[in-house]
Design a protein around this ligand. Sequence first.
Ligand code: CAA
Length: 384
Amino acid sequence: MFFKLTDEQLMIQSMVREFSRKVIAVTAAERDRTKEFPTENFKKMGELGLMGMMVPVAYGGEGTDTVSYVLALSEIAYSCASTAVVMSVHNSIVCESINKFGTEDQKKKYLPRLTEAEIIGAFALTEPHAGSDPVSQSTTAAREEDAYVINGTKRFITSGKNGGLVIVTAKTDEAKRHKGISAFIVEQGTPGLTVGHTEDKMGLRASDTTDLIFENCRVPAENRLGEEGDGFKIAMTALDGGRIGISAQSVGLATAALDAAIKYTKQRDQFGQKISKFQGLRWMIADIATEIEAARQLMFSAAGMKDRGEKYSMQASMAKLFASEMVNRVVGKCLQLHGGYGVTKDYPIERMYRDARVFTIYEGTSEIQRIVISNHILKDKRMP
Ligand code: CAA
């Protein structure tokens, strides 16, 4: 492996692997059926330090690096992709944004509650008519003395219902385009904030995805994250980290799909032998394992760059693009290896196939990742 993991990183990986397979995996299929949000599991994850991994110890976090975080997130995704997406938005986007852009008071007030999983974090950028193009959002935040009054509807918000806190972006100055967008921390229960429609999704069913409606929602000015006009930069910075998280989620789920396919092909007899003996299927397994390894290395590369304080936006988009497309190819092939049983609820591959589908869409579609990557490459001064 190009990336040599430290003893501490390996220890975190093994601790989370054990927890994930003992605690998270056992009820994953049931949660997929009932759509029940695993509040108790998140509390346990908080106790283990998984809900504020990169938050400094001073604010209740673990102060780990991003490499440890992606190892942990992959292990959770291995058992339950719904749990992993909540963990990813909470850690990569919400905790990281407050830690990076928050005031000392905001960090002291919110980070310990987030790291303990007393509250789950959500991030509200997308709107019904502003998905890939968040600058065209129409939610507004009007300054009124010592407060901002927020009006607008946000859509497809992970943990919109079960989150205790949401970072929301809104326009404070329409004329300034992306520089007129600001970010705010809004606690659940704030008058004027209501949870709207909850989506009935094909996958990630235990993670709620909702509309959030802001109607004259009055938020104290001290809850503004960063300066006025910093909201778009905060969102883009958060999404850079979030995209590494989605690559980790993809690697974890793809590994689980491969393990399920290996188990099945070693059990299933056809033509008088285990189907794992057939070269055609062995080569499929070899290709799948190679694709997963390639995605894992891109994930480590982006995480390592972030840890070293280098610019990593392009590498985060590459990791997200490749890993999310990889997992969709992989779950399809692994389902094929299960034959007819693959489309039944008797095998976990059916759930994995559904869970993976959104990975190429959320936190920036594959097409958006290609825009980010090509923009970086074409503006490189070394290019002719
Ligand atoms: N970090 C910091 N700043 C950044 C940045 C980054 N990665 N990317 C861009 N910016 C800054 C630029 O420097 C620029 O600022 P200045 O004018 O001061 O130089 C400003 O932002 C505007 O940049 P662009 O002109 O490149 O912006 P754009 O409007 O063309 O859009 C985009 C760029 C990459 C397409 C962006 O709009 C984008 O990422 N869109 C996708 C949005 C997205 O991922 N949505 C997912 C929703 S969240 C979600 O899914 C979470 C969930 O719950 C699971």
